[in-house]
Design a protein around this ligand. Structure first.
Ligand code: ADP
Ligand code: MG
Length: 862
């Protein structure tokens, strides 16, 4: 028993609530403590009893009301209902929490005004029945004043080790442990009563949670008036609040309700760093506003827009999309309010937006700018916008116990899975688990493993409901994470850091944090972007821990040591702008007429070397001339809703004297390359074998898949037969249509037709033309075969040794079919994991193609 979890220096005490104190069941203990008088609740039992009786009566009446309607009630019932509602409300007012003061950084606010606000706020703050009960049961023993901090009660005293043995060990003992928690359920009469009350409350909460009512339960609701006054008085306002307090879903609705759109005249834009968040929040808000998604409320993400011209007033969009809107209208004049949400994530697009917005604020004094952020960074944003006020919405967050491993974990996935089953088998139900992982592949693999173990355990454990969430997950599956966990079941959400702040999932009680994140890192000296798995920052892991304390006290299991937390983690994540390739951004800013990049108002200045490198890259692509001015080609590239490199591919495929005439093919390939992570069901190799016996490159494979599907009349059954994801191909088709429209608009489709000639490009030339087009777009993504294998060229002097990723058809051709090695290979992605891998490759048989297409770089090629 003791081998499983080591507790140091002393074991948690046994109690009647927890006979088997492997993990301290702190919630029970707190309920026990909650019976003690405190200044919030001097006489807990009698107060509670009173409330309980009152509440029960009221509930019966409300139920009657629901069933028979107001007219169906007797006079007496009507009177009683009114009276009891009032009493409950009175009780709530009495109980309201006075310490949770309304804080607002009054950089610009006079102090008296602030005081006045404080008093109005207190009158308005009626706590809900649910909150009230929660506070009674739990809050009394909790210091409520420092809501911004994660409490670490006893974390010094208890540390857990996740021993690999543990999993095997505890699977044998599952029945015992379950019995334990069952016994506990029935053991205590008082406990039983509480449970009953809890069930009643749950019914009540469920009833209350009609959409409109649940809006009023959110923390921002209490500040609606003050918030809107602050918006009215200030052009820019920073809003800080716990995740789940209602910033994203509510504030924009308040703006609509308060007439900021003047009917249909103006729109409100809300930006999100993530596509998933933009879509799912828009869906939620259209629900709350009781409108059809895509009409009054819509969203806009790259390659997917759901809005209606003249009708949409509230638009959720990715930050990148709003940046692009500057191209069409550089003062964003159709918007009356812009909310930059999750600004603390500091994506490149958010940083660029902030700079661009700062520039137009003076020209558009009536424009309102809201910036919502986690606590970190708020001061920095305020300073950036001339010390605008920071509005702090006090959140409700319960204490979160934080546990560390005693030793560093070699395999965090195994450790995470072990922890999931430890929690599941030792902790009573109700309490879902959220596990953070670094990406889609990791999530899908982990999910399989968990399902395997759980099916082996069968009925010995309560059911586990595994729901993944990551950016590429089909939309209808994304919604699963929000679904209420069925009874006798525990939900396990496997998420990327998407769930760190932008999505709020109710019911999470346990968070498992391996402490890693995938981060793009650009090295200007070599011009390469690496996708690295790196340790999270302190700010992120604290944010992640907070996810456990949203609906009640929670636990966070960190799969790293306390020492590592204290000594090894960076304080903050690095903003994207200092670690990413800036070619797109530079091109965009130049085409917006920003000439002096060095003095553009960046929140954090990018590295000069990165800027220089971007200018160089753009010059190589022909987007800039030798004086650094944007060329016509550069302006065209900006028009494309894709990276300038892809735009260049399409441009060459349509217009280049040697490579031209293959625009149609390249459109399909480029579109497919946008969705490579979710094309195949199961292994790519298997699917490939079903489609084609021999193919030279990943690019041509993608082309073949798309064309075969097209020839099947875009049929679903073709996809099923060939193990291809139908939905992904639908998205690809959509991307292709948009790129195609751009080509037509820019007149390059016409040129392509001319180069195609009357009979089209001969079959045997298509492959080489496609390859050459890609060389012109990605001249820096090329590796050369040297004596020690493939090495990067055209970048740094030394050259980096790389391997071809096993998923590539080139790998299969070379390793499995024994084909001769190609001299050069162009790749789309370089991944640095255990080895350097290149992905999505196309072979280039001879160096002359390189010289032909990009003489600026390859003229000296040997
Ligand atoms: P914030 O932006 O402050 O983090 P949100 O406005 O995103 O908060 O969320 C407010 C509340 O709305 C959450 O606590 C959650 O209960 C609910 N909510 C948000 N999005 C969804 C959704 N897609 N489905 C169901 N409930 C949601
Ligand atoms: Mg939000």
């Amino acid at each position: 028993e003791e081998g499983r979890l080591l507790t140091t220096p002393q074991e948690p005490p046994r109690s009647r609530y927890n006979q088997n104190p492997l993990i301290l069941n702190d919630q029970d203990i707190k309920i026990e403590q909650a019976q003690r008088p405190s200044r919030y609740n001097p006489n807990p039992l009698t107060e509670e009893q009173k409330y309980r009786i009152l509440f029960k009566d009221l509930e019966t009446l409300e139920r009657k009301l629901k069933k028979y309607g107001w007219k169906g009630l007797s006079r007496k019932d009507q009177e009683e209902l009114g009276l009891k509602r009032e009493l409950v409300e009175l009780y709530e007012i009495n109980q309201r929490d006075k310490t949770n003061a309304f804080k607002i950084d009054q950089n610009n606010f006079a102090k008296e005004e602030n005081d006045r606000k404080k008093s109005t706020f207190q009158k308005d703050d009626k706590r809900t029945r649910q909150q009230l009960w929660e506070e009674q049961q739990l809050g009394n023993s909790v210091t409520r004043s420092n809501t911004d901090e994660i409490c670490l009660p006893e974390s010094e005293r208890y540390e857990y080790v996740f021993d690999k043995e543990a999993m095997i060990d505890f699977t044998d003992n599952t029945d015992d442990m379950l019995e334990d928690s069952n016994e506990e359920d029935a053991s205590d009469e008082e406990d039983e009563e509480k449970k009953e009350l809890l069930t009643q409350l749950q019914t009540e909460i469920d009833r209350i949670k009609t959409v409109t009512d649940s809006r009023k339960l959110l923390p921002v609701y209490a500040f609606r008036k003050e918030l809107m006054e602050a918006v009215d008085k200030n052009q820019a306002l920073i809003i800080v609040g716990e995740t789940g307090s209602g910033k994203t879903t509510q504030l924009p609705q308040y703006l609509v309700e308060d007439g900021y759109t003047q009917g249909n005249k103006y729109q409100i834009a809300v930006t999100q760093p993530r596509r998933v968040a933009a879509m799912s929040v828009a869906a939620r808000v259209s629900d709350e506003m009781n409108v059809v998604l895509g009409k009054e409320v819509g969203y806009s993400i790259r390659f997917d827009e759901k809005t209606t011209a003249g009708k949409t007033i509230l638009k959720y969009m990715t930050d990148g999309m709003l940046v692009r809107e500057f191209l069409a209208d550089n003062e964003l004049s159709k918007y009356s309010c812009i909310m930059i949400d999750e600004a603390h994530e500091r994506t490149l697009a958010t940083d660029v937006l902030l700079g661009l917005l700062k520039n137009i604020m003076k020209k558009r004094p009536e424009l309102k700018l809201l910036i919502s952020s986690a606590t970190v960074n708020a001061k920095k944003f305020s300073a950036f916008f001339d010390n605008c006020p920071i509005f702090n919405v006090p959140g409700r967050r319960f204490p979160v116990d934080i546990h560390y491993t005693l030793q560093p974990e070699g395999n965090y996935i195994n450790a995470a899975i072990t922890t999931i089953f430890q929690i599941h088998t030792t902790q009573p139900l109700k309490g879902d688990i959220l596990l953070f992982l670094t990406g889609q592949e990791e999530i899908e693999n982990t999910r399989e493993k968990i399902e395997e173990i759980s099916s082996k355990l069968g009925s010995r454990i309560p059911q586990l409901l595994i729901t993944p969430i990551y950016a590429n997950l089909p939309q209808e599956q994304q919604a699963n994470i929000f679904q209420k966990t069925p009874d006798k079941c525990r939900k396990v959400v496997l998420a990327t850091n998407i769930a760190e702040t932008s999505l709020t999932i109710d019911g999470i009680k346990y968070v498992i944090d391996p402490g890693f994140v995938k981060e793009n890192s650009y090295v200007p000296s070599t011009g390469m972007t690496q996708l690295l798995t790196i340790p999270c920052s302190k700010a992120s892991v604290d944010q992640i821990a907070g996810r456990a304390g949203r609906t009640g006290p929670g636990k966070c299991f960190r799969l790293f040591t306390k020492y590592s937390y204290e000594n090894e983690l960076e304080a903050m994540p690095r903003p994207e702008i200092v670690r990413t390739n800036l070619s797109n951004t530079v091109l965009l800013l130049l085409s917006l007429g920003v000439k002096d990049l060095l003095n553009f108002p960046f929140l954090d200045k990018p590295q000069i070397s990165t800027l220089t490198k971007s200018l160089e890259n753009l010059y190589v692509l022909g987007a800039l001339n030798s004086r650094g001015q944007i060329t016509d080609l550069g302006k065209m590239m900006c028009e494309f809703p894709c990276e300038p490199e892809f735009a260049k591919v399409l441009y060459s495929a349509a217009t280049h004297a040697i490579a031209g005439g293959v625009l149609e093919q390249c459109l399909s390939i480029v579109s497919m390359l946008h969705e490579t992570t979710s094309i195949f069901i199961g292994s790519k190799k298997e699917a490939t074998a079903r489609i084609v016996s021999e193919i030279d490159s990943d690019h041509m494979l993608y082309l073949k898949v798309y064309e075969d599907w097209k020839n099947s009349n875009y049929s679903r059954s073709w996809c099923q037969d060939h193990k291809i994801q139908y939905r992904t191909l639908l998205r690809v088709r959509n991307i292709r249509n948009q790129l195609n429209r751009t080509c037509i608009k820019l007149g390059i489709s016409e040129k392509n037709l001319i180069l195609m000639g009357e009979n089209g490009v001969p079959e045997n030339l298509i492959g080489s033309k496609v390859t050459k087009s890609f060389v012109s777009g990605f001249p820096l993504n090329i590796v050369q075969l040297k004596s020690g294998g493939y090495q990067t060229i055209g970048k740094s002097k030394g050259g980096l040794n790389v391997n071809i990723h096993p998923s590539s058809v080139i790998f299969q051709n070379q390793k499995e079919k024994g084909k001769k090695l190609d001299k050069f290979i162009l790749y789309q992605q370089l991944m640095l994991t255990s080895k350097e891998f290149v992905r999505d490759c196309i072979p280039i048989p001879t160096g002359t193609w390189l010289v032909e297409m990009v003489p600026q770089i390859f003229s000296n090629l040997n």
